[in-house]
Design a protein around this ligand. Sequence first.
Ligand SMILES: [Zn+2]
Length: 253
Amino acid sequence: MRGMAGSRTYRTCAIVLDKTKLKETDLILTLLARDGREIRAVAKGARKPGSRLAARCELFCTVDLLLAKGRSLDVVSQADLVGAPLGAAPTYEAMQRASVIAEVASLCCFEDATDPFVFSISAKALRVLGSLQGDCPHMDLLVAAYVFKLLSHVGYRPDLSSCVACGDPALAFFSASAGGLLCSSCASSVAGAEAVDAEAVNWLRALLPLTFDELVLQHVDTGTSNLLLALSHAWAATHLDARLRAMEFLLGR
Ligand SMILES: [Zn+2]
């Protein structure tokens, strides 16, 4: 059945979201394919010293892959580096934020569902992140915007127009479980609602319509970017119903 071999392989471009060790020398790659599917594949021998496969499948890079269909996991037969958005020597700060982007991306992609937007927004966020080496407030602003944009795309868009409970335009709290902004009186009966001032409300409203490139040109201070990051964490953890360990680590929790 030699002729069948061709149908068992396929080529795709993908972002490397995660790498975990398998056996002595292998790696399992979690990949976000260009069509938005999640692929889990084995890179055999990738942990042997001097493995070319490992060098071409670095975290957060875009790779062109030839994969062989396997029974449970696919197998990487060839890999070519297409893009290293964080550059050849990424800073620790950039790697931390990229880990959060990859973590949220992996919760929003599935083996059996295509959604090219997930690939394109993740690739774009990583590229812009790579241009911000060392600029932590803008990196956090970018991550917060990425989380709210992607979550909105997959069906969890915050209501930022008026109080989600009563429609009052005077807004003073944000609650992920309530679905967005709240007035003071409604917030008093919502556990875990976070106080937000008028500036934070304006920032939240800017995250969805502005592009990443536009956002990183805005002036933002560390307090504001920390708050937006924390709110994006609450939003993602609540609506994806998952623990976000890289995000918790970035927030110092
Ligand atoms: Zn209200």
